[in-house]
Write a protein that binds this ligand. Sequence first.
Ligand SMILES: [Zn+2]
Ligand SMILES: [Zn+2]
Length: 368
Amino acid sequence: METEAGRFGAHGETIALRALEAMIDAQRLPHALLISGPEGIGKHELALKIAQGVVCGAQRPPCGDCRPCRRIFDPEHRHEPIRHTDVALVQPGGICAVNDHDHSRSRTVGICQIRWVERVTSIKPFEGPNRVVIVDPADALTGDAADAFLKTLEEPPLGVYFVLLSARESLLSETIRSRCRALRLAPLNQQRTEAWLRERLPDLDGAAIRQLARQSRGRVGWLDQELAEGDPLAIRAAQIDELLRLADASRADRLAAAEQLAGRGGQSGPQALDDLLLMLGAWIDWWRDLWLARVGETQRVVHSTLSQSVEAQAARYAPEQISRFLQTLQRTRRYLRNGVNTRLALEAMLLRIPVGQPPGATAAAHGA
Ligand SMILES: [Zn+2]
Ligand SMILES: [Zn+2]
């Protein structure tokens, strides 16, 4: 049934999520669940739905609409923090057991935060029989914190459910992973993403649907968030405009841009880093499009709504320039994921944007 499949969103049809659904309904959810998958796939949204499944006072499946459900996630106030007393989010910059600690610039989950978890989970839940603790991302746990957390996972307090999230599962210790039931979210294929989009946005034309689906690379969690916040096509167009501006900007302007972008990345931990990685993904898409246009494969470009601009820009660069800069972009993304100095990595990248022919120059040269 369509409505049933929608319970965990577009991923709900997978066998793993069907099984999870049944476990929640039967009140047999594993005490530790590890949800992994690439950035933007929808891990956090899924964790919130699981939390609703555990604490919804109204019914099974959870309604999403009662007071407890809305205090976990309210579609009308998407940026509100969780306000349910029995559902905790443990994240870099989050609450810890020591009063005067300031974690606001932290990128890790420290041991003092795990001490807080221990304290909270040792108390009976306030509203119902159960409590949910979401750790996002679990790969941000420091070594000490992971060791302490392992003890909690080994003997989970009664009625407490831990949901760990990670886009970088390989960074998690084997001992933590072995204590959790694993659930991997994979991107949807192009066809299913387009189908999901057509259902959501029946008025959108084919080129726009195709671009959005390709832009998302099948990560419907990201799409869902983007659509809720505005117009992802317009946001993408603005990201590309910024990139085009930088391609023709002075060295000083590029350095200033690197500093500004790095500031954004350093400000509030992994979430901002993920945003930076998503932006880099947009730029990689764009330069790959230039490559495709250059080799005559225009039907495969991501930016199908900007195809004229893709072709005009592609004509400005030699194929080797494009492929070399693509490698630079990919290397930069790898560096950022590995936690190198954000500003230095962005500076090096922006200074390597190749110098192209002035816009229209090649066309004029060929045309006249
Ligand atoms: Zn509910
Ligand atoms: Zn602390």
